[in-house]
Design a protein around this ligand. Structure first.
Ligand SMILES: *Cc1c(COP(=O)(O)O)cnc(C)c1O
Length: 464
């Protein structure tokens, strides 16, 4: 039997969904009343829903579909692998060719000081691995007091216990009494939202020096690691001021703690380099990866491990008592290899740096002229628009934060473009294969959406 999801009318599918399916990060009561939107197929940067609407996927799924939808080359590679060896584990002195080949490939793509990978199935699991690995590393190095991990408010590192704890989402912490002990949060380098009257460059230094203060207050001998996304994704595409990363790198170089760059979004070409760390010239000791690793064709994540950390985790001997049934899953590894082959063959990373990235950015930044937009920003192929009630006053926010953003998101969907709302900023992160014509459509539709949203907000007394 083949399962065909679109043999039912939309209404019937929505009723089944409402009755049986609990969605992530959703108000299920409200969603069940409204009915979920059902995506039935996709190709390139275009989605089709169960009513036959064509919608541009401005978010690459959830920041992950680098090579676009519907690549039969990846499906074929997975099929071939599943016929040959659909599953075997990597626990008991065993492995298989796809995991070996992918490990070699990732070591080649990663910065020179990173040559190993630990596999899992998601970004959250990657950060659970990070949590345990940094503490294990310091135990192995004879410094068992080094346990605290410093991270940032409004960072996102996944939804498991460790991921939620390392992340800085207060709404997530509030459910489940998190974070777990041993995580210390500092402020984010979010100039538009929190920069006060400082210039971006001043604020970048200020935010970086919060890390220095935190390490010195807690004590270097107690701090295990600092974790951060090169650009915060789920937090609202927070692009740090230029001064931020060099100062953080200076602070970390002077102190004996590990640096974890969460590359789950920034990795695999999103910023026009293979990794966000390459883009910013930073040198992390660990890099959690997922999302663009397989372009979302199958779930896979991992932690890229530097030679320094390998010295503790490998060089000292002994078991690292950690792993997942699906660590290095052969079909997922085959999907990743096929995906990376497409990215390389089509020069998608260079394309983001030199072609579609600058092309889209030039047009996207012009949206800052719109009366509803306080700031437009973009690096590589990830960008945001800050919606504000009063363009003349950067510090002013809407009276009900998040409501205008959700309105704008819904209008955008109706207009044929998926944008995501974070508070009242609109986010895009399109597939790296976006063409110039598609970029024009994206910007034109975003502009129409801003106009439509502005009209309603003005009518209903939100502006000013
Ligand atoms: C999405 C994301 C994660 C979590 O990945 P999942 O695959 O959803 O578990 C972790 N870190 C960052 C930076 C992310 O964007």
């Amino acid at each position: 039997m083949t399962v065909q999801s679109n043999i039912y009318p939309t209404k019937a599918l929505q009723e089944m969904d409402a009755a049986h399916h609990l969605h992530p990060f959703s108000d299920m009561k409200a969603l069940n009343q409204e009915g979920s939107r059902i995506i039935t197929s996709a190709t390139g940067v275009w989605l089709t829903d169960s009513d036959g609407n064509r919608i541009m996927d401005g978010m690459a799924g959830l920041w992950c579909v680098q090579v676009g939808h519907g690549r039969t080359e990846i499906a074929d590679a997975v099929h071939k692998q599943m016929v040959e060896l659909s599953y075997y584990n990597t626990f008991f002195k065993t492995t298989h060719p796809p995991a070996i080949e992918l490990s070699r490939k990732l070591a080649e793509l990663a910065p020179p000081h990173i040559n190993r990978v630990f596999y899992c199935s998601s970004g959250s699991e990657a950060n659970d691995t990070v949590f345990r690995m940094v503490r294990y590393y310091w135990d192995q190095m004879g410094k068992p007091d080094k346990k605290v991990i410093i991270s940032r408010w409004n960072g996102y590192h996944g939804s498991t216990l460790a991921g939620t704890s390392l992340g800085g989402m207060k709404a997530m912490h509030a459910q489940g009494d998190l974070p777990v002990p041993g995580v210390h949060h500092i402020n984010q380098p979010y100039w538009f939202g929190e920069g006060g009257d400082m210039s971006p460059d001043e604020f970048g230094l200020h935010a970086a020096r919060e890390l220095e203060k935190a390490i010195d207050e807690i004590g270097e001998n107690k701090v295990a690691a600092f974790i951060a996304e090169p650009i915060q994704g789920a937090g609202g595409v927070i692009i740090p001021p230029d001064t931020y990363w060099p100062e953080v790198q200076r602070i970390l170089k002077e102190r004996d703690i590990l640096f974890v760059a969460d590359e789950v979004i920034c990795g695999f070409g999103r910023l026009g380099r293979w990794f966000g760390s390459d883009y910013y010239g930073i040198e992390p000791d660990l890099m959690p990866i997922a999302k663009g690793l397989t372009s979302g064709y199958l779930p896979m994540g991992g932690v890229l491990v530097s030679d320094r950390v390998a010295e503790g985790v490998v060089g000292k001997g002994g078991d690292f008592n950690h792993g997942y049934t699906y660590s290095g899953h052969p079909a997922c590894a085959a999907a990743a290899l096929a995906n990376l082959a497409i990215i390389e063959r089509e020069g998608l990373v260079e394309r983001v740096a030199n072609d579609i990235g600058p092309y889209l950015k030039e047009r996207w930044l012009k949206l800052a002229d719109h009366p509803l937009v306080g700031e437009a920003r973009m690096t590589g192929l990830v960008g945001a628009l800050e919606l504000v009630p009063d363009k003349a006053d950067r510090h002013k926010r809407f009276k009900d934060v998040g409501v205008p953003g959700l309105l704008c998101r819904d209008i955008s969907f109706e207009n044929g473009l998926v944008m995501r709302a974070v508070r009242d900023s609109m986010i895009i992160s399109p597939p790296l294969v976006l063409s110039h014509e598609e970029a024009d459509f994206l910007v034109a539709t975003a502009e129409k959406t801003l106009n439509d949203t502005y009209r309603i907000l003005k009518r209903d007394g939100w502006m000013g």
